[in-house]
Design a protein. Structure first.
Length: 191
C-alpha cells in the first residue's frame, strides 16, 4: 500500500510566490495555499509542513507561528521570508529559516528534511531548531555583534544543554540498547 502524500501548506500574501512554490511540490505532495495569516490558521490543522512568509498584512508570519504553537499543532514550520534574521528569531518557534529568494531545490530539501525531522522526538526537533537559529544568525551577523548578544548567548547555552542531555541519554544506554535504538533510524536516502 503506497504511503499518503505529505501535505505542504504554502503561506504568502503574494499569490505569484505561492503559485511558484506550488509548482515545486505539486507532483509529490498535497499542496494547500493560503494568502494571509488568518487563512493559514484555518488550513494548518492537516498540514505536515508549513512554508510561512514572515511579513504579511493582517496577521504577520510571526503571529501565525505563535498561534500555531499555542494551539499545539504538531507541524514543522519553515519561515520563508525576505526579512534577514535578527536576534528576535531566538524567541520564534520555527524549525527552519530561509531568506528569499529561495530556489525550488532548496525548498524541496527543506521540506524533505522537516518531514524526516517529524519522525524524531521533541528533544531532537528542538536541537535542530536551535541549530537553524544559530546558523541563520551566524550567517547574518558579524562575530563581534554575536559575542555581545544576550539572545545569542542564551541560544548557544540551550544548544549545549540539549547536547549534554543527549550525551547523558546515550551514555546511560547499554551498547546493545543503543545499537538497537539507532538501527531503526531511517536515512532520507534509504527510502
Amino acid at each position: 500500500m503506497p504511503s499518503a502524500k505529505p501535505t505542504v501548506l504554502l503561506v504568502d500574501d503574494e499569490k505569484d510566490v505561492v503559485d511558484v512554490y506550488a509548482l515545486a511540490f505539486a507532483e509529490d505532495y498535497h499542496v494547500r495555499k493560503a494568502f494571509g495569516g488568518q487563512e493559514a490558521l484555518e488550513k494548518v490543522d492537516d498540514a505536515d509542513v508549513v512554508l510561512l512568509d514572515r511579513r504579511m498584512p493582517g496577521l504577520s508570519g510571526r503571529e501565525v507561528l505563535a498561534k500555531i504553537r499555542d494551539r499545539d499543532i504538531d507541524v514543522r514550520v519553515a519561515m520563508v521570508t525576505a526579512v534577514d534574521p535578527d536576534f528576535d528569531i531566538t524567541e520564534m518557534g520555527f524549525d527552519a529559516y530561509l531568506t528569499k529568494p529561495v530556489g525550488d531545490e532548496e525548498l524541496r530539501e527543506t521540506v524533505d528534511g522537516l518531514l524526516t525531522l517529524s519522525t524524531y522526538d521533541q528533544q531532537v526537533r528542538e536541537r535542530f531548531a536551535v541549530a537553524e537559529k544559530l546558523a541563520a544568525l551566524e550567517a547574518e551577523k558579524p562575530s563581534g555583534e554575536l559575542a555581545e548578544s544576550e539572545e545569542y548567548e542564551a541560544l548557544t547555552e540551550r544548544a549545549a544543554e540539549l547536547d549534554a542531555r543527549a550525551s547523558e541519554t546515550v551514555g546511560e544506554m547499554d551498547p546493545g540498547a543503543f545499537g538497537k535504538a539507532i538501527s531503526g533510524i531511517e536515512h532520507p536516502d534509504d527510502e
